[in-house]
Write a new protein. Structure first.
Length: 256
């Protein structure tokens, strides 16, 4: 198996088939999709049944109790059998050549961890006509300083080289916490300067749409998960607040 796609889901019945279709449309076919349902209360499970019957490479696992996206991601990573582990949330999309281009890039540059630029759309799938581009190289320090310039839907890491990871158990920013774990085992994340995915912004009820408590979760990440001292954690929290206001972590460009 070449690629395992990690897809946690919670009440995304409205969007999940579109996300799955973007995986099915990939120009390479040697992949599996690990969907882990965090006890959705909508019709997600029913919606998926025809796809699960038709496509044996799509695997569905429903958690026995709601644990949050970190738990769902960890379970999906545990079940992943591919050389590469790629991430896609159940409301985001990939462009058809995403896996082919990104894995070719990783092989050519001998990178164990990579990400790419991504475009943005609104809740209804309308283009917002801009894309965000990551740094060409992001190490541990830069990842913190820029408050995570690695888009979750764009990340891929080499599981044969780096192994399995437990996603730190925080409700928000757990993808950020995971990238920091990965960056402790490899020198940097290589950023592809090409749009390979589309991120859905502002979805009502999504974990990332509620900004009011984000400072709390960043403090938890810096101080409790990464075990940084109080002064360093305050400094990193200040970096987050600055980056949040200026979008300095990613380069914003016009996009169709």
């Amino acid at each position: 198996m070449l690629v395992s796609v990690v897809m946690p889901t919670y009440n995304c019945g409205k969007y999940i088939l579109e996300s799955i279709d973007s995986v099915l449309a990939q120009t390479i076919t040697d992949w599996e999709l690990q969907i882990v349902d965090d006890c959705s209360t909508d019709d997600t499970q029913e919606i998926l049944k025809p796809y699960l019957e038709k496509y044996p490479q799509i695997h569905y696992y429903r958690l026995s109790q709601n644990g949050g996206p970190a738990v769902a991601r960890t379970v999906a990573i545990e079940r992943a059998e591919g050389k590469y582990v790629a991430f896609l949330d159940s409301d985001d999309l990939w462009l058809p050549e995403k896996l082919e281009k990104q894995i070719s890039f990783m092989k050519n540059t001998k990178s164990a961890f990579s990400c790419s630029a991504y475009a943005c759309m609104d809740d209804e799938g309308n283009s917002l006509h801009y894309a965000l581009f990551p740094p060409e190289k992001t190490d541990y320090a830069k990842c913190i300083r820029l408050s995570n310039p690695i888009g979750n839907l764009t990340a891929i890491y080499d599981q044969e080289i780096l192994g399995k990871f437990q996603v730190p158990p925080i409700k928000k920013r757990n993808d950020f916490a995971l990238w920091l774990q990965i960056l402790k085992k490899t020198t940097f994340c290589a950023g592809i300067q090409e749009v390979l995915g589309v991120y859905r912004t502002g979805r009502k009820g999504s974990v990332s749409s509620n900004k009011l408590k984000q400072a709390k979760y960043h403090w938890q990440l810096y101080h409790d998960i990464e075990h940084h001292g109080v002064l360093r954690s305050f400094f990193e929290l200040g970096c987050w607040a600055f980056v949040k206001g200026t979008h300095i972590g990613l380069v914003k460009k016009a996009y169709r």
